[in-house]
Design a protein around this ligand. Structure first.
Ligand code: ZN
Length: 496
């Protein structure tokens, strides 16, 4: 059995200012042929799950095709240019044509991609791949932040989305998808799917699967999978609301073995459940920076340290709201990782060396990102900021920060200034720069939920702060052009 493997993945913040280009993906790493598999071996990814599933079989050969799974700036990138979308989707098609006889195709996609001129990019990727491979089973894996609709179910044979946020089950999901594909090729599984859009759009910060309401939704999905022998996978994707696309909002996709009736019944049940949980999914209230930092300092005074701040709304990386409040309110022993400001990094590099004291204006470039802040501090790190992740999120994979400067502002306060948006998910986001992790009482991260996989094991307390930003929690404040407005929280009535 010869199974082709490809990946083309992006979570696109269309509210962000800078388009995502071929250069961004090339900088992140695009691989062809055998390298596609070699590059991910041992790193917990969907594709490593494909590899593990194949290793359990004696008759499965995986054929690496093309992987464009990482881009410079990641989710701070806006609409993929048409050139970029075509290069990798047509690249997959072309490589598949040359791959020889194939029995199946595994595509590791994201679901949250937005591409100029392509309303449903993932379905289009599958359709283009289909042109090359014809009528063989195509199975797709998705991040939980996928925005999808009926087109993906029409295009692909099987859909598997992850069930955790923080995303710690990519490999497990890839493994399940690959096994099911092998069964399908052998004729032991006949995929039948049902899709629903429950009519709810929700911000990432409310989608933690370790707590209500996503915990309940995932528990119900797993209950169906365990209870019904023909139910294979219940994908419950709360979606990515900062991509202004027509299929945004919660998506349920149920995969069964030759049982359309059951797929429809489970999809209806999941839809009812999601709708019943629309308020906690979309309408919680979070503190703004001033009251948020006041809360943080009270927790420090009570000894509930380290206090971890989830500065969740910054999608461009240059937001300064939390830093401004920490300085104003006289916080000590804090670390911020990171504030994006490539210009400030270059200025520091021009003027100073490690150990020197500099004054530099940092951040606050974009609409809603806050004020640029003039910082004076001793340079404690200067150079390439890329480091290897050490925590449960993507352990062993390389981050992309680019040129980076770290300033010690005194009072054991530290600010990491990176060249791109970076979401810190483990201690290496501080220790890689020589910051004494254990000495910090406050750590502020540009993360919504992913940080929890590691930080919940060390945190004295966690405070989510809703700074003004392009990824704000209250979605009714966003001027959407393409997201349907007949869904919650824009309207109270259930869509028909
Ligand atoms: Zn995600």
């Amino acid at each position: 059995m010869r199974i082709a493997v490809a990946s083309f993945s992006h979570e696109t913040c269309t509210l962000c200012p800078r388009p995502t280009t071929v250069d961004d993906f090339e900088r992140g790493g695009v691989y062809h042929g055998e390298e596609v598999l070699d590059r991910v071996r041992g790193i917990p990814t969907y594709m490593n799950g494909f590899i593990k599933a194949a290793e359990e079989e004696s008759d499965v050969e995986l054929v690496g095709v093309l992987s464009a799974a990482k881009s410079w700036g990641g989710s701070s990138g806006s609409w993929l240019t048409q050139e970029c979308f075509d290069k990798y989707s047509l690249g997959i098609e072309e490589a598949l044509k040359k791959a020889g006889k194939l029995d199946g195709l595994l595509l590791a996609l994201h679901g949250g991609m937005a591409a100029t001129g392509v309303p449903r990019p993932e379905a289009e990727i599958v359709r283009r791949a289909r042109r090359a491979v014809g009528d063989i089973p195509i199975f797709v894996t998705f991040d939980m932040h996928g925005n999808e609709d009926q087109e993906i179910v029409d295009a692909a044979d099987g859909v598997f989305s992850i069930k955790t946020f923080p995303h710690i089950d990519s490999e497990e999901t890839g493994l399940a998808a690959a096994k099911c594909l092998f069964e399908t090729v052998r004729g032991d599984f006949k995929p039948t799917m049902a899709l629903r859009k429950p009519g709810v759009i929700s911000p990432g910060v409310f989608q933690h699967t370790g707590s209500h309401p996503m915990k309940d939704i995932i528990a119900r999905a797993k209950e169906w999978e365990e209870k019904e022998p023909t139910a294979r996978w219940v994908s419950s994707m709360p979606g990515f609301p900062y991509a202004d696309v027509p299929d945004a909002g919660f998506t349920v996709i149920v995969l069964t073995n030759d049982d359309q009736e059951l797929a429809e019944r489970i999809a209806d049940d999941m839809t009812d459940l999601v709708w019943s949980l629309r308020v906690p999914l979309a309408s919680r209230k979070l503190p703004k920076p001033k009251e948020g930092v006041e809360k943080v300092l009270k927790l420090v005074a009570k000894g509930k340290t380290p206090v971890i701040i989830a500065d969740h709304s910054d999608r461009t990386g240059d937001g300064t709201h939390v830093l401004e409040q920490l300085l104003k309110q006289g916080a000590k022993n804090f670390g911020i990782s990171t504030i994006k400001d490539p210009k400030a990094v270059l200025e520091v590099m021009d003027e100073a060396e490690v150990g020197d004291t500099v004054t530099v204006k940092v951040g606050g470039y974009e609409y809603l990102s806050g004020n640029p802040l003039e910082l004076t501090g001793r340079v404690e790190f200067l150079g390439d900021g890329d480091y290897i992740k050490a925590g449960p999120m993507g352990k062993g994979s390389m981050t992309l920060l680019g040129p980076t400067a770290v300033l010690d502002l005194g009072d054991n306060n530290h600010v990491v200034i990176s060249s791109t948006l970076h979401q810190v998910t483990d201690h290496a986001g501080f220790t890689a720069f020589g910051i004494d992790f254990d000495s910090l009482e406050i750590m502020s991260l540009k993360s919504r939920v992913h940080f929890r996989a590691f930080y919940e094991t060390v945190a004295g307390s966690i405070v989510e702060i809703d700074s003004p930003g392009l990824g704000i929690a209250d979605l009714t404040t966003i001027d959407y052009k393409n997201v349907p407005k007949d869904i919650y929280p824009f309207v109270e009535e259930r869509p028909g």
